[in-house]
Write a protein that binds this ligand. Sequence first.
Ligand code: SF4
Length: 415
Amino acid sequence: MAEEKKAARKKIQASDLMNKIMSDYFYNLHEAATSGKQKVAWCTSVGPAELLRAMGFAVHFPENHGAMLGATRMSTEMIPEANAVGYSPDICSYLTADIGAWIKKITPLSKAYPGITSVPKPDVLVFNTNQCRDVQDWFSWYSKELGVPAIGIASPKNVDEVTDSHIDNVTHQIEALIPTLEAISGNKLDMNRLREIVALSRECTELWRKVLETAMAKPAPLTFFDGTIHMGPAVCLRGTREAIDYYKILLAELEQRVKDGVGAVEGESLRIYWEGMPVWGRLRQNSDLFAGLHACVLASTYCSSWIFPSFDANDPIRSMAKAYLELFIVRADTYKEKYIKNMLEKYHIDGIIYHDAKTCPHNSNNRYGMPQRIEAATGIPSLVLSGDLNDLRCVSDEQTKTNIEAFVEQLQERK
Ligand code: SF4
């Protein structure tokens, strides 16, 4: 078997600054919700956050809260609460963990940020089904529970080439949200403000891309596991100056590592691509397992999904529509396969892990023969790990460890 040694990934110094930025973000949200000075919108991860910010909303992302429930390993206990009110254990475990936590009046925010006792109460819920239908169901539940409107975009799916008619469709849907949002916020949409926010989102996205692309270096200065944490500002604060300032600092640290030949994983000997959702409750465990085997999981579809090259301040709404449609999860397998093959080449990948997340078929791309097709085309072996993003009842630690060790051994033998 591949020999596992005690080795951890190298700590990123900018982490403390990121924690401060995220703390400020959550306290600001709390202040907005409790003081009533600013309206609060909940938004799906690739929903129209730029529009909401431009209209003066403080923006909360329930998926981020779902991931926090997973990372703190609180989610597995929350899920049955949502099952009891009719949401199956087989559907999105962000949804079931988040609704379960609301029912139990529990949030990981309380422990991390003393004084915050609840997620911020929304004035409006805004979804985009570009990722899945679950987000609409999720927001509909809160709409009924809290008596606030849930509005959104019904996105095309399974898109190969993004065409003008797709973009027209989503553009019109975004425009149709504006009167309702103006009525709730009490603010008229200022197109110049929207241009500024879209420009900030674009700058954030460019910096985040550069951060991730430092992992093209050998050895890679950051891992997928670092990426899942450091993407916090790209998810929650895109469209703000804070996110941009943070990624400049993180990028400088990683570029210095590259110059000094410092890798995130000591003695990097294998380079691995992660396809699918993280296992939030096992980030540390998986990170240590791979690092101990000198295997660096250094690139992923998941972290790269927050790169939106189409944002354009000159054409803000249409470019938002295009950016939200170009998202990997929206696309057909033909596009996805091209994308992954390009990533394998770009990052000099030796092997691929497909995470088959029980409750997220939308992000489990192993189910329709893709691993076999990509392996036949590239010769790069893959491993399918059964698990879940948040429901740890679907995760077998022993099986995961055995499978990863055997896979790493197979990759080492090929080298
Ligand atoms: S894409 Fe998957 S994890 Fe994300 S909200 Fe939809 S079902 Fe949940």
